[in-house]
Design a protein around this ligand. Structure first.
Ligand code: URA
Length: 270
């Protein structure tokens, strides 16, 4: 291993540790009961199965880790992210980041769309197929529905800033894992800090978990919560994800109520 590879590996481990993913576990469970019963007869010494070697190369697949980390909150972003003073600089850092394995299977990084001076920030879950192809969040069917939902309360892309909790498409559109969320969390945290919106709208269960630490969207939706961002409290509302509404159109009524709450809040700001 060269000096620069060792440094890259050390930096990556430091990143995981800072995110709370600080314990390496094996790829496969070890059956401890498979050890031979103690017997009076002398027998060959039991050897536990050898742990698979975890690659420490910076470009190696992320080690499986058990995490005790809290969801995204107002934890200070790692120092390297504070160096990003604009959303464009942060986007460049996200583009260089190799600590989320999803990047290797994704076609593009999907950072954000909308206005960087918006007062309203939205965060969904993760890019889907269309987003991955275009490198832009919420441009597929769910995105079209989202645009119609926003239009219903008088908003368009020039008034909102739209991102996701994850910047790369999970294969097959599976739900992102806790580790993938944790790897992207500091970026999202800094993204919120840099945009500094008046209001945050969180779309769907994984985003509600990542941003508000809420375990369930049905309980969390339709209630104003606070996202603590540095010395600011950002009013945050969770609602149903448009992709879910495409599958369950009968639940649109809940999202509509939430949108009306958002509209009312926005009117109180002006
Ligand atoms: N679903 C999301 O959560 N985000 C997108 O960008 C697209 C679909």
């Amino acid at each position: 291993m060269t000096g620069s590879q060792a440094k890259a590996a050390a930096d990556l481990l430091e990143w995981y540790a800072a995110m709370g993913a600080d314990e390496a576990i094996l790829e496969a469970p070890v059956d401890r009961f498979a050890a031979p019963e103690p017997s009076a007869e002398p027998q060959a010494e039991y050897r536990a199965p050898r742990a698979p070697r975890i690659e420490l190369r910076a470009d190696a697949p992320a080690p499986r880790v058990k995490s005790r980390a809290a969801p995204v909150d107002s934890r200070p972003a790692p120092a390297s992210l504070e160096a990003a003073k604009t959303l464009a600089e942060l986007e460049a850092l996200v583009g260089q980041f190799e600590g989320c394995a999803l990047k290797r299977t994704a076609k593009n990084t999907c950072f954000a769309r909308g206005s960087t001076s918006a007062k309203i920030m939205l965060s969904g879950e993760a890019p889907g197929r269309d987003e991955d192809l275009q490198g832009t969040p919420f441009v597929g069917r769910a995105g079209k529905l989202l645009d119609r939902m926003l239009a219903a309360i008088g908003l368009d892309e020039t008034q909102v800033y739209i991102t996701n909790t994850i910047y790369w498409r999970p294969p097959g559109n599976r739900t992102p894992t806790a580790l993938e969320m944790q790897a992207c969390a500091p970026f999202l945290s800094r993204q919120i800090e840099l945009l500094s919106p008046e209001v945050l709208l969180v779309l769907g269960a994984p985003a509600a978990k990542a941003i508000l630490g809420e375990p369930g969207i049905m309980r969390a939706r339709g209630k104003w919560k606070i996202y603590r961002c540095g010395d600011r409290d950002i009013p945050t509302l969770a609602t149903l994800h448009p992709a879910y509404l495409l599958r369950k159109p009968e639940e649109k009524r809940y999202a509509w109520r939430d949108l009306l709450m958002l509209k009312e809040r926005l009117e109180s700001l002006t």
